[in-house]
Design a protein. Sequence first.
Length: 951
Amino acid sequence: MENGGLSVVAVRKMKLTPKAIIVQKFGRNAQFTVDEVQDVVQNGCPGLAIPQKGPCLYRCSLQLPEFSVVSETFKKKKDAEQSAAEKALEKLGIDPSPNVPSAEEAWDKLIASVKHLFSNEFLSSQSPLRGHFIAALRRDGDLYGSVPASVIAVCDSKLANLCKLINPKVESSHLLVLTYIMRAATRLSEFVVTSEGQLSIWRKDPYPPEIKESSIIQQSESPDSICIEAIHIPSSLEMAVHPVTLNVSSTGYYLDVIARNLDQTDGNKILVSRTIGKASSEMRLYFAAPKSYLLDLSSDLPNVEEVVDFEGSLNPRASYLYGQDIYGDAILASIGYTRKSEGLFHEDITLQSYYRMLIHLTPSGVYKLSREAILTAELPMAFTTRTNWRGSFPREMLFMFCRQHWLSEPVFSTCSNSLKESSESSRFYEKSAALESAETGKECTSGGGTAASDNVRCEVKIFSKSRDPILECSPKEFYKKQNESIENASLKVLSWLNAYFKDPDIPLEKLNNLVGALDIQCYPQNFFKKFSSYRFIHNVQQRKMGEKLLQANSINTLNAIPEHGIYCLSIGGPDSGIYPSNGCLSFISYSVSLVIEGETMKELLESREEFEFEMGTGAVIPQVEVVTAQMSVGQSACFCKELPPQELILAAADDSARTFSLLSSRACCLEYHITLLRVTEPPEDRMEQALFSPPLSKQRVEYALQHIKESCATTLVDFGCGSGSLLDSLLDYPTALEKIVGVDISQKSLSRAAKIIHSKLSKKLDAAVPCTDVKSAVLFDGSITVFDSRLHGFDIGTCLEVIEHMEEDEASQFGNIVLSSFRPRILIVSTPNYEYNAILQKSSSTIQEDDPDEKTQLQSCKFRNHDHKFEWTRDQFNCWATELAARHNYSVEFSGVGGSGDREPGFASQIAVFRSRTPPEEDDLLKDGDSAHHYKVIWEWDGNGLSRSSL
């Protein structure tokens, strides 16, 4: 008998928590008292002069009649209560592990449960199965009173759970449940009748007339007939999925109607899937049972295996939706009996519903549907902050993906890099959470007593229902909060899965490269076995779409950005000068239409009056982000792009049948209309603006401007210029500058900078009295940690709020290269003062309102922005700058903006000004071999108004 490896679902239903056991045993005599404990952060902020509070922790006291216990400290009240309850159970000598029936006991309970279904009492119960039993009494001829075993298997969860205890293989085989139910019925020959090879059961003795009549009359109040829209899914991929109407009379049985649509004689020959989609839904797949179905009746024990002979070919689309093999044609319908509804519950299913279900099985599709933007949204590449994330969270989507594909729920394990952990609290949490995670996929955390300032790393494992490993993700990155580590690890898994679902034929070498980049270990044999049906579906769909796609060379390529798949781009409206940059939240309105080649007619597919997304995270399709980055607030844009996969278009279209006809007959493309409504600055800017007026960004520019004027500098290079905000601001003031240069590694940012600076320089040139002497402006694409001789010996260099976006060793590398090779006469470097963060974050009501979970973390000195790799205290910054200056013959002085240097905790933005001690004539000499040009000129402008761009 196969009874090893008890079913996760069955165990979970019978398990009681330690607290539940205590309450069950002692009732009101068990008094749980939870107290708040204030933790002190250790080493959370080196050198910080302001006292720091740690997160709120909780300790629980449990008073029982004979003794009391006290738990360790936990971040959550419920964890403290469970800890106290477990300690009490240990003292009482009670084992909290669930009492799981043996396979033999489960078999006996299964027989008793089947017997109860055919009792007089059951016909007056509130079970969803009751409707099927009453409908069976309306069937004619030999079918009178015949109840299909398939509905018993899927409508009674208790029976299904008992079958899982008997044989865990039931999880992955819908036919095994039928096998055990039919086997149990053969043990009830005095009460029910079965027929060999048939999947139906009859009650042997008729019901008492009064019970039968009252039940039938109660359900006969429904309309004479019901027309229900369903979807017919052919087994052949060459045949299109199409709608079908089910006409169910008030005296008929809907399963018989479905059977006739599948060319079967009656509903007893139909198999029914579990519900698909929402738990409250009655949406199921219906398909023909195998012609030959034999049961092993030779043993008294339930050691049976199904012996089946399916006729017809595998149905890849239905199998993909269900997660198990389905043969022959299938019907997808939302119909059935529920506890809440009187009579037959039903909902129409359209082609749009079907295609939405199809894309909901992919990670990107889950996100698109959660944002209600199928043709515009895209699964983001990065999880920045909870406040900026829109749509379903990665962890939630990963759980959903696993449930939909009939995988075990993901198992999370987090660990801290703290050297100091509470062994007792860790022991409890690991003991309880490890069992929970192995069974239910919940997080298993090492170090339940670690301080909030500890960095946390999360690992994720995905298993099949039979516990075969599918994927493992072991990120190297540590995060400040456990939740952030879990969300980021989940997103890595989703991103890898999404890459596969976009291209199931991706070469193994490329797949392995992607695996390494995302810290994922894949088990190819198990993975490809699970998702083989999708690969088949994808290949057929791509072949069909390729025959009708409107190719790029047939679209008007004027005003195009071919590398991004953008054609016929036009941007109109006044230029307000406010452009979205990475980290900003952009608010747009948009519409997407299907454009037919050679016709003026357009088919509207999708539109939103307001849609927001974070720039730079890939939260929308690339074309939308590229175009939005070139727009200012109030402007509108229109562009065309090639068609995405067909299922996305049909999922978005209200009339999927008409849209499918257009796609099948003519070449098409998509046309997007976008208006940029407004832009919200990143959290760092919002925090600074809440406390400082003018904002710190403007104060930094004014500080740099003062030194530029005092030094009479004629040449300036901005290292890490980004979108050119400093260079743009400098053009508003009269200075001696004749040449300005910007360097950055982001071509997208340099593109915005070029547009802004060119516009302003052109206006200055046209003015009657020019207020700037700038004769040359150049933007370079390159890393500031690599030397380029063209930028050697400038009068002044700036690097404002840049180094914190690099790793610390890269910041040191930049410092050495800029002072040893670039050698500007003056270098101004600014970076956030980590010690000031507590004040900034405390003043930011926006942060507190957007994310209540972060309230207890605010004073643990989070970094100001999600993409900061480090932030230094004053001592750390002073040490870095002083050592650099001494090493390269520079002097250095310290200052800052925001706050005061005379009061704790100093300036909000700390600044170091380096001045060369080397005579100018010696500084201007380049060493041999230092004349390499490593940067690429992206854009340049001369004093005559001529500009050249290589973008």
